[in-house]
Design a protein around this ligand. Structure first.
Ligand SMILES: [Zn+2]
Ligand SMILES: [Zn+2]
Length: 774
């Protein structure tokens, strides 16, 4: 038929013309024309024709109902379905399928129970629908009823049931289904075989998954992918990558899913080099701009320590979805690039992508890692008021982190006590580690009490508390905690650091001499130790935490696992290349200070990923801005210093070690006239920020931007009010100065949270982020 032919070839205009000219139109031609409109994406025209039809049969109605469902217009489909004079099974099935697809599984079940006759498609749609909506138990229960009522399964039914078994790890039933599959000779079906592989790997029976895989005669990409994914989900990442390699070798083209799984395994192995190889595979097969593959590439790059390549990939994704935005936002947050995170968030809102719970987590962790107190508070307030976002325990933990990092321990504790859901040990642990950072024994003890009640074997809590006592020289309490730990059988996790080189992982424990290159590593570290002393570095014994003599403490500090890993990196890689070290626990404060200087001495970038974030050490600085290791006052001073006194850096490198920090800073500020300059620079910057943030949003009613604007204006006013007072600033006139400087610090601390430092901008430009900051 010509009409159908035209419609199939996307020539809807011609089809409609031809249809108009037809002298006699029967129901079949009307129906084909409606179907043709739907296939060409013209829902409106389909409805117009449907309304114009002189008479309709059940096919006309079902086609139109399906049309609405196809375009996600479930309510319209529902209305039409109710108006249908006579419904056949196909119509009922369509509606059930449509309900399940839009998450309305209860409504689907109601129809299922109401309908007069059911066929195997009805049962299968409902089983699959339950499973896709997280109700795998109900799916399996329904399957039982189906078998009981004598309906024979099709291969699609069995795939649905196997998937449900895989989701809830129902090994017993799955194995029975496997038996039935063999009996019915369905095991030649590639989709069934792939479901079997997935089922066995989900149930941690990877050997059986392998056996099924090898029995399949014709393996398509779906089957191969199932095994790659299966190995990955069983943490056998090397095997996963080998299977992926074999697949490419025999000429099966990878698709999005197989590449995504392979990239996830690179992530699992922290194997940046392998990940880069797969990146070129993705480019070769034209999959780099695909959102699924792109998102996995972002995660791979950021988790392996390479944030700029992650951002570069992000920019190339042609249709960015919520996962793309979240991956890049979370990545930037983990690397401590707070401003990038916020800028990307602004871009996300502008691209009209609605933030979700993961975005929220990313933003809060950015605020926490970069010490942005006001931003963190505003995000938390605004997201909590957003009805579409569920505030979860992890959000509370992040918010406690934000407050805790900035020394607002009281506020953090109050937040926990007023939570509408019960706090878990993760939330209390965030408070405990903040108390450790700010040496607040009272809060720490309260937090620890809750943790020990909720999770008696939480070794992190014991360690934090005992370290806190040690730093306060309360050795009695230290041994009490250690005794308690021993008594309850809690084992402290040993600190270990590793470097991955040419696919091999070189792991080190503290003071470890087991590596074959050990002698050279220690030699290198001793050489560095001498250089460090020349730079005026004094080991901070607070972090040695053992009740031993000073000299011995220093020795222990200089052979911490992260330093051994760095030593290994230095002797095994080319001069000038970046060294990436992974550590299972947090990097200790003393190593943190030392690594900053080591990066300067060896003129390399050193990236250390510890249990909480990434640290980028470059030229004497770390991207974390020392939040992890400094007290609140020190943070304030450091921030003010880095902004005001760029030229004076040498002089004050170890400035924070002095007792009378504030007096010294006032002197330095006066000497350079930096205070006023800083304020005027800040004003210019605030203006730019406001421009940037409000541009293009004049008509937008977007709440997020309204409050961002609000904050920006508030800050500007504060700064302007402070400026005239600063003009009268004079070094000889110390009266009232302390008050002024304190106010200034408070303000600067708040403001600087939003400013990149020089290093950030450098990486930014290198990473091609220019267009993102404008
Ligand atoms: Zn250390
Ligand atoms: Zn750091």
């Amino acid at each position: 038929m010509m009409v159908t032919g035209y419609a199939r070839n996307d020539r809807l205009g011609n089809a409609l013309e031809l249809f108009d000219e037809m002298p006699v139109k029967d129901i079949v031609s009307w129906n084909s024309m409606i179907k043709g409109c739907l296939d060409c994406g013209d829902l409106e025209m389909a409805r117009t024709l449907f309304d114009k039809m002189p008479e309709r049969n059940v096919v006309s109605w079902t086609t139109m109902v399906n049309g609405y469902l196809q375009f996600g217009r479930v309510e319209m489909a529902e209305r039409l379905f109710q108006e249908m004079p006579a419904k056949d099974v196909a119509a009922w099935n369509s509606m059930i399928h449509g309900y399940c697809g839009s998450g309305r599984v209860e409504d689907a079940m109601k129809l299922f129970e109401e309908m007069p006759h059911r066929n195997v498609i009805t049962w299968t749609s409902m089983i699959g629908g339950f499973d896709q909506n997280g109700k795998s138990n109900e799916a399996l229960f329904l399957f039982g009823k189906m078998v009981g009522s004598g309906v024979e399964s099709t291969s699609t039914t069995l795939v649905c049931v196997l998937t449900a078994c895989a989701n809830i790890f129902h090994l017993h039933l799955g194995v029975q289904i496997h038996g039935q599959i063999v009996k019915l000779a369905y095991h030649f079906d590639e989709f069934i075989s792939a479901s079997l592989v997935t089922f066995y790997s989900n149930c941690k029976q990877i050997d059986n998954a392998c056996k099924v895989f090898h029995e399949i005669m014709h393996k398509n990409v779906v089957v191969w992918t199932a095994l790659v994914t299966g190995y990955g989900s069983n943490c056998k990442h090397e095997d996963a990558l080998k299977v992926f390699g074999d697949m490419i070798k025999i000429g099966v083209l990878p698709n999005q899913s197989s590449l995504t799984s392979a990239l996830n395994s690179c992530c699992g192995l922290e194997a940046l080099e392998r990940g880069k190889e797969f990146h070129s595979v993705a480019i070769k097969f034209g999959l780099e701009t695909d959102a699924f593959v792109g998102n996995s590439l972002i995660v791979m790059y950021t988790k392996c320590g390479n944030i700029s390549d992650g951002i570069a990939v992000f920019k190339r994704i042609s249709e960015k979805n919520i996962v793309s935005w979240n991956s890049v936002i979370v990545g930037c947050a983990q690397h401590g690039f707070g401003l990038w995170t916020l800028t990307l968030f602004s871009r996300m809102i502008r691209a009209k992508v609605d933030p979700d719970e993961i975005t929220f987590t990313g933003l809060l962790s950015a605020c926490s890692h970069s010490g942005m107190l006001q931003k963190g508070r505003s995000f938390f307030k605004n997201f909590s008021q957003d009805k579409s976002i569920e505030v979860k325990l992890e959000h509370y933990a992040c918010m406690v982190g934000v407050l805790g990092r900035c020394g607002k321990l009281e506020e953090a504790e109050e937040l926990i006590n007023n939570m509408p859901i019960k706090a878990n040990s993760m939330v209390w642990l965030a408070l405990l580690s903040a108390s450790r950072m700010h040496s607040n024994v009272d809060v720490a003890e309260r937090a620890a009490k809750h943790i020990f009640y909720l999770e008696p074997h939480c070794s992190a809590a014991y360690v934090l508390l005992s370290n806190l006592y040690a730093s306060a020289n309360r050795w009695g309490d230290v041994s009490r905690i250690r005794g308690k730990m021993k008594h309850s059988g809690v084992v402290k996790q040993a600190g270990s650091s590793w470097v991955t080189l040419k696919g091999l992982r070189h792991e080190f424990l503290s003071g470890d001499r087991s590596h074959p290159l050990s002698e050279q590593i220690f030699k290198k570290l001793d050489w560095l130790g001498g250089k460090l002393k020349d730079f005026g570095y004094v080991p901070d014994q607070q972090f040695a935490l053992h009740d031993v003599e000073v000299e011995q403490k220093e020795e222990m500090l200089s052979y911490h696992s992260e330093r051994l890993a760095i030593g290994f990196g230095l002797i095994s890689t080319v001069e000038g290349s970046t060294i990436t070290v992974m550590k299972n626990l947090r990097v200790c404060g003393d190593c943190h200070s030392a690594i900053k200087l080591i990066a300067k001495i060896v003129e390399r970038e050193i990236i250390v990923r510890d249990s909480s974030r990434f640290h980028h050490f470059r030229n004497g600085h770390c991207s974390c801005g020392d939040y992890c290791t400094k007290s609140e006052d020190q943070i304030k001073l450091l921030k003010a210093r880095s902004m005001v006194l760029n030229k004076e850096q040498q002089e004050i490198t170890w400035f924070e070690k002095e007792d009378n920090m504030e007096t010294r800073l006032i002197e330095l500020l006066a000497k350079t006239g930096g205070l006023q300059q800083a304020i005027s620079e800040q004003l210019v910057h605030e203006d730019e920020r406001m421009e940037e943030e409000t541009e293009g949003f004049k008509e937008e009613q977007d709440n997020i931007f309204l409050w961002e604007k609000e904050i920006a204006r508030e800050r500007k006013e504060k700064l302007e009010a402070l400026t005239p007072r600063m003009k009268g600033f004079n070094t000889d006139q110390h009266d009232g100065l302390d008050q002024l400087v304190t106010e200034f610090f408070m303000l600067v601390t708040d403001l600087l949270g939003n400013l990149p430092n020089k290093e950030d901008i450098m990486v930014w430009k290198e990473g091609g982020m220019g267009e993102y900051i404008g």
